[in-house]
Design a protein around this ligand. Structure first.
Ligand code: NDP
Length: 241
């Protein structure tokens, strides 16, 4: 059995590709999800990957969920913080609920998950933590003050935790995807995609979820041990920092 990897939001979209990529690379994978049992069950049936339902914005739920994973599979050595949501609207229309939901799912979740695995990783002297941010956390995005703030926070969290744990064999990194061809993006009308989105991407196409998955597999590997506190931008050249 390979190292144990937990992928939050690992049953759909980019997270599903990450779960499959890690499984194919030999990891023992636990895919977490929030509530879409139908999607989770069909993902489990198709891939054989174990699925676990809990809300990453709830600290105690993360603690219990991770305890269940560790009882089934063993100590968690790879954590992929991928779960995320959007509640888009301009700030002058944004409700406290829309702010809170996005910040708690996209950013509080990093504390909730990482806090519950970090002591074990430190004791064992090995860990890989990879968090999925977004191009919109790097450049800001109209209608996404909540999402841009949360995703920018992912990088600050990562740099601090990377420093605290570097001497313990733990790396902590960020992947910042650009436009990826998930259901959400593919639902955009073809003409909008062609006239507005693709012209902004020098590579001339959307990214594939598997391209994010391959980046995660690399950062999770033993060979990536000298990379920590980094943000790997995977956006087809749309925004270069
Ligand atoms: P999807 O909406 O396709 O999937 C989201 C996954 O996260 C689902 O498995 C969902 O579970 C889970 N999830 C949502 N909220 C919670 C929660 N509170 N607790 C546990 N699980 C939760 O997302 P994408 O694949 O599009 O995005 C994945 C990540 O990549 C996100 O962090 C997103 O911000 C980021 N990203 C996406 C881009 C894109 O182009 N798609 C671009 C840049 C970044 P359930 O199925 O039960 O709802």
């Amino acid at each position: 059995m390979g190292r144990v990897a937990v992928v939050t939001g690992g049953t759909r979209g980019i997270g599903a590709a990450i779960s499959i990529g890690l499984k194919d690379a030999g990891y023992s994978v636990a895919a977490n999800y929030a509530g879409n049992d139908e999607a989770a069950n069909s993902f489990k049936a198709e891939t054989g990957i174990s699925v676990y339902k809990w809300d990453v914005s709830d600290f105690d739920a993360c603690k219990e969920g991770l305890a269940a994973v560790e009882a089934d599979l063993g100590p968690v050595e790879i954590l992929v913080n991928n779960a995320g949501i959007t509640r888009d609207t301009t700030l002058h229309r944004m409700s406290p609920e829309q702010w809170r939901a996005v910040v708690s799912t996209n950013l509080d979740s990093l504390f909730n998950m990482t806090r519950n695995v970090i002591e074990g990783m430190r004791e064992r002297g090995f860990g890989r933590i990879v968090s999925i941010s977004s191009i919109n956390g790097q450049k800001g995005q109209f209608g996404q003050a909540n999402y841009s703030a949360a995703k920018a926070g992912v990088a600050g969290f990562t740099k601090a935790v990377a420093q605290e744990n570097a001497a313990k064999g733990i790396t902590v990194n960020v992947i910042a995807p650009g436009y990826i061809g998930t259901e959400m993006v593919r639902a955009v009308p073809e003409e909008v995609l062609k006239s507005k989105i693709l012209p902004q991407i020098p590579v001339g196409r959307l990214g594939e979820p598997e391209e994010i998955a391959r980046s995660v597999v690399f950062l999770a590997s033993d060979e990536a041990g000298f990379i920590t506190g980094s943000t790997l931008t995977v956006n087809g050249g749309q925004y270069m920092i």
